[in-house]
Design a protein around this ligand. Structure first.
Ligand SMILES: Cc1cc2nc3c(=O)[nH]c(=O)nc-3n(C[C@H](O)[C@H](O)[C@H](O)COP(=O)(O)OP(=O)(O)OC[C@H]3O[C@@H](n4cnc5c(N)ncnc54)[C@H](O)[C@@H]3O)c2cc1C
Ligand SMILES: NC(=O)c1ccc[n+]([C@@H]2O[C@H](COP(=O)([O-])OP(=O)(O)OC[C@H]3O[C@@H](n4cnc5c(N)ncnc54)[C@H](OP(=O)(O)O)[C@@H]3O)[C@@H](O)[C@H]2O)c1
Length: 419
């Protein structure tokens, strides 16, 4: 595990209330003195204090460089995964073998910048003008600059609203869904359409409605990230990794590939299991979700499948699930998106799946094993009100620091009314 510097910039707080962000291990955060929305630094310090319990099991500052399947050498042995790691302090690499692998390297590391005519030439003529939200740290860096931000996802709206306070007004706020009648959702900003082309000689851009920007000092792409697994080259390209000596081609079939464009991960059943070889699993591929409870319930499923207490469908059935999903959501970024309460259904579906597991051996009729925190009706209700809650919270101004519960904001859950 490599702990890297946080991408959560200085002023970043959670987008979701405390009760929704926690998982079973973190439930003591309920009803405690923390703010309703915790600062990212609070979450981080809680995570680091939790990790103390398993500190002795974690290898820190080890970069995973290659993971590939080593097929069994006899009928009695199972396949194993060869993992090449590099110790970052010494540079020494070593290979170890594992029965199963959980990949949880995150997917907010490799910035995605769309291909737009003139972009490369603009960058060549005006180096340091183009950046990505991944590298945003301080809005003050944009003081008195003419700035264009691209993308209106969480990063785009968050970063643009901060930069607008310092930039030369108006900050240009570009989205492919904006038209000429759109207004920006915060002061000192102007909504503009998608960029049709960069015009390097003028230091400007032409928008989709043919209008042209003023000369720009900074363009910040807030256009998201790509799924990347550089250490799983053997599953992602037509030829297997050549960096390890015992690399055996796993993928004679192109349809088994994990990554092609980076917009989604392929061949992952229920966003978790690599269908051709389910001893490889992934955590938190979905987005538009709340990561901690989702990771916890996915982990509970993985543990039950790998210990033989739950079984997976056949490869053909797992592929059929993927075909159905691509028919609904397409073959791109939407594939892993769980919008508008779909994450509630997903967490509940995984919770039900866990509860079907055979009991483990135990004294009194067996034990169920570690149970995840599965969202119930109240959490589903809170999830549906996220936008309203956040608005009410920020409407409190500086006094929001004192808000501890949803009820204080006027959101009272009534089990007899909300179904
Ligand atoms: C700007 C920003 C703000 C966000 N704000 C929020 C928020 O307010 N609330 C919220 O719930 N979520 C937020 N998120 C989303 C949240 O960060 C992710 O959902 C969450 O971090 C996913 O956790 P993870 O453990 O899967 O991945 P990560 O947190 O990305 O962790 C992956 C880890 O794997 C390590 N790693 C990667 N490659 C290798 C390798 N080859 N070898 C060894 N180690 C490796 C990395 O160093 C890292 O430590 C935000 C994301 C961004 C980008
Ligand atoms: N405070 C916080 O909690 C916080 C802050 C920042 C980020 N985050 C998290 O970080 C993660 C990443 O968020 P993100 O905002 O960086 O990425 P994102 O959610 O993927 O949003 C990307 C944005 O770029 C736009 N875009 C993509 N391709 C484009 C193209 N070719 N041309 C023009 N626009 C394009 C998208 O437009 P469309 O909508 O039209 O596709 C979208 O508005 C999320 O999980 C988010 O929750 C959280």
């Amino acid at each position: 595990m490599v702990i890297r510097h946080s991408q959560w910039h200085r002023n970043c707080s959670q987008r979701m209330t405390r009760s929704m962000t926690t998982c079973k291990n973190m439930q003591r955060m309920y009803g405690n003195p923390f703010m309703l929305y915790m600062f990212s630094r609070t979450v981080k310090s809680r995570l680091f204090s939790d990790i103390q319990q398993i500190h002795h099991l974690v290898c820190f500052e080890q970069q995973v460089q290659d993971v590939h399947l080593r097929p069994r050498s006899s009928n009695v042995e199972p396949d194993s995964w060869a993992v090449t790691t590099k110790a970052l302090h010494t540079g020494i690499t070593s290979v170890q073998y594992y029965d199963a692998i959980i990949v949880s390297n995150g997917h907010y590391t490799t910035p995605f910048i769309p291909s737009i005519p003139g972009l490369a030439e603009f960058h060549k003529q005006h180096p340091h003008h183009i950046s990505h939200s991944k590298h945003f740290r301080r809005p003050e860096d944009f003081r008195n600059k003419t700035v264009l931000t691209v993308g209106t996802g969480p990063s785009g709206s968050d970063i643009a609203s901060q930069i607008a306070k310092y930039a030369t007004p108006p900050l240009l706020y570009s989205s492919r869904s904006h038209d000429s009648s759109s207004t920006a959702p915060f002061p000192d900003a102007k909504a503009v359409p998608a960029i049709a082309a960069f015009l390097p000689d003028n230091r400007t851009v032409r928008f989709a409605d043919e209008s042209e920007s003023p000369p720009l000092d900074a363009v910040v792409f807030c256009t998201g990230y790509l799924y990347t697994y550089p250490f799983l080259r053997s599953l992602s390209f037509p030829t297997p990794s050549s960096t390890t000596t015992d690399a055996t081609p796993l993928l004679p079939y192109p349809e088994d590939r994990l990554i092609t464009t980076g917009q989604r991960v392929r061949n992952v059943y229920k966003h978790i299991f690599y269908a051709p070889h389910p001893s490889l699993a992934f955590l938190v591929l979905p987005w538009n979700i709340v990561p901690f409870p989702l990771a916890e319930v996915q982990s509970a499923v993985i543990a039950r499948v790998w210990s033989g207490r739950l079984s997976l469908p056949s490869l053909e059935d797992m592929r059929a699930w993927e075909r159905q999903e691509t028919a609904k959501k397409g073959d791109g970024k939407e594939f892993h998106r769980l919008p508008g309460g779909e994450d509630v259904e997903y967490i509940q579906m995984l919770g039900r799946w866990c509860s079907e597991a055979e009991k483990m051996d135990g004294d009194e009729g067996g034990e169920v094993g570690k149970e995840p925190f599965v969202w119930g009706k109240k959490e589903a209700w809170v999830r549906s009100k996220v936008g309203e809650i956040k608005k009410a919270f920020f409407a409190r101004g500086d006094a929001r620091k004192d808000v501890r519960t949803l009820e204080e904001l006027g959101f009272v859950y009534d089990d007899s009314v909300q179904t």
